[in-house]
Design a protein around this ligand. Structure first.
Ligand SMILES: Cc1ncc(COP(=O)(O)O)c(C=O)c1O
Length: 428
């Protein structure tokens, strides 16, 4: 019996040898279990509710097919994400299009493919949607994204609902925008959306925003006779760090939010809107592990010991971008005493390319060991770059002892496939 780290019956050291490193490995079972929890604890308990997986967290054709099979919808934020979803034969009517600066071409694509909802992020966008829909002879259902002026307790780079946020329509503009929107013939205003930020771990943040939005809904009904049919409360449901804090069930967030929505609607005499959520990280974050091979090890007396791996900020920008913290294990040396503290460095030419600080590891860590970094399933692969001309890693799904390759590793040739030398450059 091997002492190697295992995920869903697959030996991760063997996977590293089979596919090479860096390698993103995902537990398909965990993704499916998260989707089922959303179905059981939210969708089945609240009539008319919807859950759209925020695909920016992690998107591949295979991932889309899992979300489709599990019966959830999809939140996309660009023409590229929409294209991929349609390529995966994801039903357009279960797609919601976001974006704080959608291109006209993206709006055309969305209207043409018949996406379920477009979430409007600024006033001028409504005219474009109306015009495009008129040309296509359609009426497009939209939501208005409201900035509820609620500051989530999370890193400032991932706060989105505070006053001054680049996302959403300022609260005080909403009555004007609603009045204008309901007078248009080719858009249908279904309701409102807010998204407060990411990695939120306190349900009360959602309640603050619900209070703001339900008051707005009441004012609009009184002032304009407009009744809100739908309310999308966004995503941002946090996950644990794998050490002290554990991931909370989805109901930890959604039960109090639903209770508050119901209570406020009762107080204001409003009909209950159908409610939607957009979880991203909560579905895939913990399902992903990144495997690296250890290379250079530098012991710097009086400073620290650097353990360098064959990836870094190009496959996981989050530690460098906003100080995200990760836990890791030496996958081929499980169960040994961890009597050494190291700094895990990436291989990019940036001093800031540090993946983990102060990581306890076995004292005999050496080049060739396989380091497994946990909880990398969200915003790692989707934010990956080719900095330093590093090819993007492969993605493997594991399930009940079987592994499948869902994204091939990029090759050096892939990196130059769109380039031309000075003599073969195109004059366009
Ligand atoms: C509009 C919207 N919905 C949902 C999400 C998903 O957030 P998370 O992955 O934290 O759940 C995001 C993330 O940025 C978002 O912008």
């Amino acid at each position: 019996m091997s002492n190697n780290l295992n995920l869903d019956g697959c030996d991760l050291v063997k996977l590293a040898l089979k596919y090479g490193t860096p390698l993103y490995v995902f537990s398909q079972g965990m993704i499916e279990r998260r989707c089922r929890e959303i179905k059981e604890q939210f969708l089945n308990r609240h009539e008319g509710s919807h859950a759209y997986y925020a695909s920016k967290a992690f998107l591949t054709l295979a991932m889309c097919q899992i979300i489709e099979k599990e019966g959830l919808g999809l939140d996309v934020v660009s023409g590229g994400e929409l294209h991929l979803a349609l390529k995966a034969s994801f039903p357009a009517e279960r797609i919601v299009l976001h974006g704080n600066n959608k291109l006209r071409q993206e709006i055309e694509m969305a209207v043409e493919s018949g996406v379920g909802r477009i979430v409007v992020d600024w006033e001028g966008e409504i005219d474009i949607i109306d015009e495009v829909s008129k040309i296509k002879g359609q009426k497009t259902p939209i939501l208005l994204r409201v900035t509820p002026e609620v500051k989530a307790m999370t890193h400032k780079y991932i706060q989105t609902g505070h006053r001054g946020s680049k996302f959403g329509i300022p609260l005080e503009r909403i009555p004007y925008v609603v009045k204008k929107t309901i007078s248009l013939s080719n858009v249908e205003l279904k309701g409102f959306h807010f998204h407060l930020g990411s990695q939120i771990d306190d349900y009360r943040t959602y309640l603050e925003a619900v209070d703001v939005i339900t008051k707005l809904m009441s004012d609009l009904r009184e002032g304009l006779g407009y009744t809100t049919e739908e309310l999308d409360i966004g995503g941002g449901f946090g996950i644990g760090n794998g050490e002290g804090s554990l991931t909370k069930p989805i109901s930890y967030f959604t039960d109090p939010a639903m209770e508050r929505i119901k209570a406020r609607c009762l107080t204001f005499g409003l009909p209950l809107p159908s409610v939607a959520i957009e979880p991203g990280r909560w579905i895939t974050g913990e399902a992903g592990i990144t495997l690296y091979t250890v290379g250079a090890i530098k012991e710097i007396p009086g400073s620290c010991t650097y353990v360098s791996v064959d990836g870094g900020m190009a496959d996981n920008i989050r530690p460098a971008l906003y100080g995200a913290r990760y836990r890791a294990e030496v996958a081929n040396k499980m169960g040994r005493d961890k009597d050494k503290i190291v700094t895990v460095a990436g291989r990019c030419c940036e001093s800031g390319d540090i993946l983990i600080e102060d990581l306890p590891v076995p004292g005999d860590i050496e080049p060739g060991d396989i380091l497994a970094v946990f909880n990398t399933g969200a915003y790692s692969y989707s934010m990956a770059s080719n900095y330093n001309m590093l090819p993007k890693p492969a993605v493997v799904f594991v399930d009940k002892g079987e592994d499948i390759l869902v994204v091939e590793r990029e090759t050096y040739d892939d990196l130059v496939v769109k380039q031309r030398g000075i003599r073969s450059a195109l004059r366009v």
